[in-house]
Write a protein that binds this ligand. Structure first.
Ligand SMILES: [Fe+2]
Length: 385
């Protein structure tokens, strides 16, 4: 068997009420003043994640400053604004509160605070040379899993393209997944983030970089999402469904942090960069089409996915069973209300060529289990159109 490494934050807090432990952990990490990186909606929510995080930090004797300018698909200019607050307030650590956008923005601030020059120049794998300030991630959506990954995804506003800085230095020192903070997330966002998590687990399960450890995490994640996402979308206050989705998202993050992703993310990043399309929606719309293309790379793994997603594959050939996995992805997406086509989302056909070219350059493309060319990617965009 080939060699592989396996990377996760050293401490991961799970379960209802764990947000109360943030302060204690930040104190252990030596923090004196934390920059809270979040959005204004979250900051102003009474009894919400920011309020509870700050309460815990203050009880532990830490001071706080706020940057509440996080936007979806965080931009390089957002990161610069956050960096100014980090410096002017003399913060020595970063506590991100929110979903992937908050965590990625916080990582971007940490990189900018410790690395010279333009953030864009660090796009790529293991380009970071200096230690970042301690980052602690309080996660409020079951989706991106940025709270446990080494990925920092930022949009270059000038070029309208997303870029990824992948480094072990980006890894938060502690993650918090408290399902109590997820109960009020609206159905649409629950669906989009949940489909992002499913995309992580499926792309890492079929990735050419998968290994037995990432497979174990991915399998459990796929099962949990297939059995809980519909319920979490139907009734946000369903604590059991929220808890299971939080576990599923974390497991998917553990899987893709190490097995990497594939063409779904490589292509979704283009839709995010060019149209500012929500990441989870872009993934959900592309997932069945990309995996249909990938099917021949490993039919047995797709047959497994069909079974994990609850399909009856008794008496079917491996290829027949594998195709059931694609049906299951379409059905879940439809049940949770994801738009059916890129056309509906205002995507223009004339952009396919440019997006396909850029998708093949995206870092996620290299672990896709089937090697495609630009025309293949254009065809997948067309199929999803
Ligand atoms: Fe994702």
């Amino acid at each position: 068997m080939r060699m592989y490494d396996y990377l996760v934050p050293s401490v991961n807090f799970m379960g209802a009420g764990c947000v109360s432990k943030v302060g204690e952990r930040c104190k252990i990490l030596g923090g004196k003043k934390a920059l809270i990186v979040t959005d204004s909606f979250m900051k102003n929510m009474e009894g919400g994640a920011v309020e509870l995080t700050v309460k815990s930090l203050k009880e532990a004797g830490l001071d706080v400053a706020y940057f509440d300018g996080v936007v979806p698909n965080p931009k390089d200019i957002t990161v610069k604004m956050g960096l100014d607050v980090f410096k002017s307030e003399n913060c020595d650590m970063i506590v991100t509160v929110g979903g992937g956008s908050a965590h990625d923005c916080g990582k971007g601030i940490g990189i900018s605070a410790t690395h010279e020059g333009d953030l864009y120049s660090y796009a790529g794998i293991e380009t970071l040379t200096n230690p970042l300030p301690p980052i602690v991630a309080v996660n409020t959506t079951a989706g991106t899993a940025s709270e446990v990954t080494r990925h920092c995804v930022i949009t270059n506003t000038e070029k309208k393209v997303k870029f990824v800085i992948v480094s072990w230095r980006n890894l938060p020192l502690a993650s918090f997944n408290d399902p109590m903070l997820m109960l009020k997330i609206p159905a649409g966002l629950t669906a989009a983030t949940g489909m992002d998590a499913l995309t992580h687990s499926i792309e890492s399960y079929v990735s050419k970089d998968a290994n037995p450890v990432t497979d174990a995490a991915a399998i459990q994640s796929i099962k949990l999402i297939a059995n809980n996402l519909r319920q979490a979308v139907a009734l946000g206050e369903n604590l059991e469904a929220r808890e299971n989705m939080a576990y599923a998202s974390l497991l998917a993050g553990m899987a893709f942090n190490n097995a990497n992703l594939g063409y779904v993310h490589a292509m979704a990043h283009q839709l995010g960069g060019l149209y500012d399309m929500p990441h989870g929606v872009a993934n959900a719309m592309l997932l069945p089409h990309v995996e249909k293309y990938n099917l021949i790379s490993n039919p047995q793994k797709f047959a497994d996915i069909a079974e994990f997603m609850g399909e009856n594959i008794d008496g079917l050939s491996v290829m027949e069973a594998a195709e059931k996995a694609i049906d299951a992805m379409f059905r879940l997406s439809q049940d949770v209300g994801i738009p059916a086509s890129l056309k509906e989302m205002g995507v223009k056909e004339e952009d396919f060529e440019k997006m396909a070219f850029m998708a093949l350059k995206d870092g996620n493309a290299f672990s896709n289990p089937r090697k495609g060319n630009e025309q293949d990617i254009i065809n997948i965009f067309k199929a999803a159109y």
